[in-house]
Ligand binder design. Sequence first.
Ligand code: PRP
Ligand code: MN
Ligand code: MG
Length: 185
Amino acid sequence: IADVQDDIDHELVSAEKIHAIIEHAAAQASEDYRGKDPLLVAVLKGAVNTLASFSQALSIPCQIDFMSLSSYGSGTVSSGTVTIRQDLSTDVRGRHILIVEDIVDSGRTLAWLVEELKRRGAASVEIFALLEKPARREVDVDVKYKGLEIPDEFVVGFGLDYDERYRNLDSIAVLKPAVYQGEQA
Ligand code: PRP
Ligand code: MN
Ligand code: MG
């Protein structure tokens, strides 16, 4: 395809709305974490855009680190198993961790990560999630800084991918059905 926009059926969340959501959450987190030197942990790859915006919207000092986890293969359905593709480079013992995620779907990725960071000795672990799909939740996850709840549609953009593409859209959008043609449900 010539242009990433060619595959978009419709926009669900505009770039302006995304930034308003992030700024609201970051203002709250800036109050809550003042003096705590938080470590922002972003789950690669989807959380990259959210981390960049969220960290810039914080008014307090923070550190950032990355962990690459995957619960999806190339398709649109969660495999249910979380695997570490790349680990943190920071010792989290005694640290106040704020996980930054693009989306909570089944909740399996975050439920696993929260437990893992606590097991490693973090002083506290909280979550900012830009998007949540409540209809698909399978595991209970306590999201302290909530973004936007969206319906059960497969969405891409602002870090979210379909088969590793469309992460570079600046808004959140739904793809044309033809894009998924051939995928086994
Ligand atoms: C997606 C998304 C979340 C996770 C949410 O990541 O970015 O991290 O799935 O799903 P869950 O709540 O059902 O666990 P994905 O595994 O596709 O990897 P990616 O971030 O590299 O795209
Ligand atoms: Mn992800
Ligand atoms: Mg993905």
